[in-house]
Design a protein around this ligand. Structure first.
Ligand code: 0RA
Length: 634
């Protein structure tokens, strides 16, 4: 079929051309992340309508054919003809880059800084797209192919109510995949539901064999978010503190709650977008928090006249908080645009917390006293930790020349070329020492279980020899003396037995790195070795299997009449040095898993659950997941 190009269509085609040519510039990538980005782009427009107070439902469906439909009950994208351009507003929004929907708004309009590339980008990257608008009793519709309107906006029927329904089928000639990950999308919608109190999300998957549906709605908004984050922790005050205020061009909301453990978990958002690198909202919050708690504690007599102030670390220990700001012109900074830059937001957040938190503490003296008590305990412990650490560090035990005696170091001195194996047990350590390439591979055997750092502060942790040895061997020191430049090996490889104890030690080590040396994970230095589970021998050929399926495949390959000798390795110690080298340590053959943190919030939750003091959720998690743990992505 010959396609008809009108003059107008050709300008549309050219207008969206840059998107098709360089999709990465608009949506980051054409892989699954870019694919999800397209969905977020469309959903964000409906969320904007909800933020304007005009919609309270968003229904998202992955259709049986893989198209995605997003429907809201907002005012409907305007369909009237634009006076200068001579086409409908709807068509402009769908076909002109950056046309957005930001016309005709009053008050402050919010739009996502990262996603806000406009729905025309989605249109450009879709084989097919259709928009239906219900307003003024009519149903309007326009369809597009590769971003080109297939006719103008038409009335196709009568309609009750109002809203916008957008469907798109991505162009597989541009997008590498159309296989949406339900869980990833659902997680984002859940987050959006927390961040926008009272907004209903329904998310359906209608793809054959994968049918499911979830709804997200939180009456408590970010208060519910904080409750959810703390659901596996012991809390100091039962109800999260909530403070919020509207400023000129911005709204600021904070929900916070102290827990009995030590980790600080503050998540910040600007226009519903996570800002993991913080920014002005976080800076304002931190300074006002320290200021307010000190002011209250002094007024209350909990800090004496001659006593020093609590530090920022003291007042943030055990704190879970969500800071969410919504503003007209968000400025996202930094390489990954993960930091909020608007200077006025610092002042707003400070004002909110200074006034709002102080008022809360005065109105809730029981809670106020408990919170200050918790901060004072943190302060005393930190002082003790400082003393303990200085005692050790002065003697250079963590930073100095004397490397631990158990460390079998390598001869290479360039850290970018070297690796250190942290090995469970002395006997496996022995095999590893003999099997390694001593040129670039160092071995540090750790005996027995290391301490569960989730339950202890740094002063206590530093009392354990295994931890001291590890830090000394790595060379980076720890806490406020940490310095990544001093790292002595760029690959840190955890090598434990393929059994339950091994898995436990591995988790303890990962927890330690995650809580106390997260920079090493972020920089991609931490790995997990994967020793084989089976040795399959037939005659003179020996092969190794890393899981059940591989073992079965090898046996099947040998054929039914050949009898293979299968050995199951219970521990690293059962392998001789050559076997350990060739299966697990030789860079040419081994398979390493790199430890990564995909999502700070999720990772914190998983560690809280696995290592924290609440037992039932951990039991449940292990029962649910023990059978299908394949890949470790913390
Ligand atoms: C601009 C103006 C108006 C509504 C919208 C945009 C709008 C856009 C989207 C995108 C998805 N859902 C949407 N819902 C509304 C309001 C026009 C008026 O005054 O009625």
């Amino acid at each position: 079929m010959q396609r008809q190009y009108t003059a107008e269509n050709i300008t549309v085609l050219e207008g969206l051309d840059p998107v098709k040519k360089r999709p990465g510039m608009y949506i980051g990538s054409t892989d699954i992340r870019g694919l999800h980005h397209l969905v977020y782009e469309v959903v964000d427009n409906s969320v904007d309508e909800a933020l304007a107070g005009e919609a309270d439902r968003i229904d998202i469906t992955i259709e049986p054919n893989g198209a995605v439909t997003v429907q809201d009950n907002g005012r409907g994208i305007p369909v009237d003809i634009h006076p200068d351009k001579g086409v409908s507003a709807l068509e402009l929004v769908m076909t002109v880059l950056h046309a957005g929907g930001k016309f005709g708004g009053e008050g402050y309009k919010v739009s996502g800084g990262l996603h806000g590339v406009g729905v025309s980008v989605v249109n450009a990257l879709s084989r097919w797209m259709a928009v239906e608008v219900r307003r003024d009793g009519k149903l309007y519709r326009q369809e597009y192919a590769h971003g080109i309107p297939q006719g103008s906006v038409a009335v196709v029927g009568d309609a009750e109510g109002h809203g916008t329904r957008t469907s798109f089928l991505v162009d597989r000639a541009i997008m590498e995949t159309d296989d949406y990950d339900y869980d990833v999308l659902a997680q984002r919608f859940r987050e959006m539901a927390y961040l926008n109190r009272g907004l209903w999300f329904t998310f359906r998957d209608e793809r054959p064999g994968r049918e499911r549906e979830r709804s997200f709605y939180f009456d408590g908004g970010i208060v519910s978010f904080v409750r959810h984050m703390n659901r596996n922790r012991a809390v100091i005050i039962p109800t999260p503190i909530y403070i919020a205020k509207e400023f000129e061009g911005a709204s600021v909301e904070v929900a916070m709650q102290y827990c009995e453990d030590y980790s600080e978990l503050i998540s910040t958002f600007a226009n519903n977008i996570n800002t993991p690198d913080g920014g002005t909202h976080l800076t304002g919050f931190r300074s006002a928090l320290t200021n307010t708690i000190n002011k209250y504690a002094r007024k209350n007599g909990q800090i004496g006249e001659k006593e020093p102030n609590l530090t920022g670390e003291d007042v943030r220990e055990g704190l879970t908080a969500i800071i969410s700001v919504k503003l007209t012109n968000p400025q996202f900074e930094g390489q990954t645009k993960a930091k909020l830059g608007n200077a006025e937001v610092r002042t707003y957040t400070e004002m909110l917390v200074n006034d709002g938190l102080f008022a809360y503490l005065e109105e809730n003296p029981t809670e106020g006293r408990k919170i200050v008590e918790k901060c004072l305990t943190a302060s005393r412990a930190r002082e003790a930790a400082r003393k303990a650490r200085d005692l050790v560090t002065r003697k250079s035990a963590l930073e100095g020349v004397s490397l631990p005696g158990k460390l079998a170091d390598c001869s290479e001195r360039d850290p970018s070329k070297t690796e250190i194996y942290i090995v469970e047990g002395d006997s496996a350590g022995g095999s590893a020492k003999q099997g390694r390439d001593r040129g670039f591979q160092a071995i540090l055997p750790l005996r027995g279980k290391i301490i569960n750092v989730e339950k202890a502060r740094l002063d206590k942790i530093l009392g354990f020899d295994a931890i001291k040895m590890l830090i000394t061997a790595l060379g980076t020191s720890i806490g406020d003396r940490f310095s990544i430049e001093k790292l002595r090996y760029h690959r840190i490889i955890i090598m434990t037995d393929a059994d339950v104890d091994g898995a436990h030690i591995r988790t303890l080590l990962l927890t330690f790195f995650f809580r106390h040396l997260p920079e090493l994970i972020e920089a991609g230095h931490l790995y997990i070795a994967q020793p084989p589970l089976y040795r399959v021998q037939h005659g003179k050929t020996v092969r190794y299997a890393y899981n059940e399926a591989e073992r079965e495949a090898i046996i099947a390959e040998l054929g039914p009449d050949k009898k293979a000798n299968v050995q199951r390795y219970k521990g690293l110690g059962e392998m001789n040095p050559e076997q350990l080298w060739s299966t697990t340590m030789d860079p040419a053959h081994r398979v390493l898993l790199q430890a990564k943190v995909n999502n700070q919030l999720d990772a914190h939750e998983v560690f809280d659950m696995l290592m924290g003091s609440n037992v039932p959720p951990r039991k449940k998690f292990i029962e649910t997941h023990a059978k299908n743990v394949k890949n470790l992505d913390i």
